[in-house]
Design a protein around this ligand. Structure first.
Ligand SMILES: Nc1ncnc2c1ncn2[C@@H]1O[C@H](COP(=O)(O)OP(=O)(O)O)[C@@H](O)[C@H]1O
Ligand SMILES: [Mg+2]
Length: 245
């Protein structure tokens, strides 16, 4: 923790990021305090307080329109709240500069969405490499890491396939590998199995828990799937912009 305190006082992004990278990779703790968010007259989040612990698998459930995606985007620093704070191991992400925040996200947070969002003209392994290339990892090292992850996810035979040559389940596993390539502390997923049939769905859900055991990630997953919610360590019920439980 003293490293964070020290780095909070640093002025350059680079120095700050060194600390962020070092500390958050060890402990994926997220503290969400008093988050409010409106779009025009519509108040979507009305004061959200939540602490997510290291290596926890938390699901966010609730009816459509409850604010689940909005909350996940704010947790993932893709959107900013009107009020409140998001702290990653004491680091207030609102204090980071634009460039600092992009780098923070690239290194510390992996995203999986309902649609895989793979780039169609790139192969599976290239798609997985992209966040590593953005981070500045060399080509060879990025490919080595991407191959290792794709093998772990059962895709060793699919490395050079393009997304349209993969099944829905395979596409989503490539998206998971892409989320993990920079060893983030935290993986955020928004309805990751929403487009999958029940076999692929169950396989993907099981994968999240295997990854938590093997690699120690913290997972925050928005889902409508009650079996995934039941498997998770904790369910957060969101309704009309507040946490019910
Ligand atoms: N960018 C936006 N602009 C305006 N309204 C939005 C925007 N994003 C979400 N909303 C509205 O906020 C509410 C909550 O949306 P969302 O967080 O996507 O809910 P959920 O993921 O729980 O279905 C909805 O009424 C939605 O229409
Ligand atoms: Mg949503």
């Amino acid at each position: 923790m003293s490293e964070i305190k020290k780095n909070k006082k640093s002025y350059g992004d680079l120095q700050l990021l060194k600390g962020i990278d070092l500390v958050t990779r060890k402990t994926g703790v997220i503290e969400i305090k008093g988050i409010k968010k409106s779009y025009g007259d519509l108040q979507v989040l009305k004061g959200i307080d939540l602490v997510i612990r290291e290596r926890e698998v938390v699901t966010i459930v609730g009816p459509s329109g409850a604010g689940k995606s909005t909350l996940l985007h704010i947790i993932g620093t893709l959107d900013s709240p009107d009020e409140g704070e998001i702290l990653y191991n004491d680091i207030d992400v609102a204090r980071l500069s634009r460039a600092g925040l992009s780098a923070f996200r690239n290194r510390n947070i992996g995203f999986v969405f309902q649609h895989h969002r793979l780039l169609p003209e790139f192969t599976a392994i290239e798609n997985v490499c992209i966040p590593a290339w953005i981070k500045g990892v060399g080509r060879r090292e990025a490919e080595w890491k991407a191959r290792e992850l794709l093998q772990l996810l059962g895709l060793a035979e699919r490395l050079t396939h393009k997304p349209n040559e993969l099944s829905g389940g395979e596409q989503q596993r490539v998206a998971v590998a892409r989320a993990l390539v920079n060893d983030p502390a935290v993986v955020l997923a928004d309805e990751p199995s929403g487009n999958l049939d029940s076999n692929n769905k169950n396989e993907l859900h099981q994968l999240f828990f295997t990854l938590r055991e093997k690699l120690g990630h913290t997972f925050v997953i928005v889902t409508h799937d009650t079996s995934l919610a039941d498997m998770s360590d904790r369910q957060v019920h969101l309704r009309d912009g507040i946490i019910e439980n």
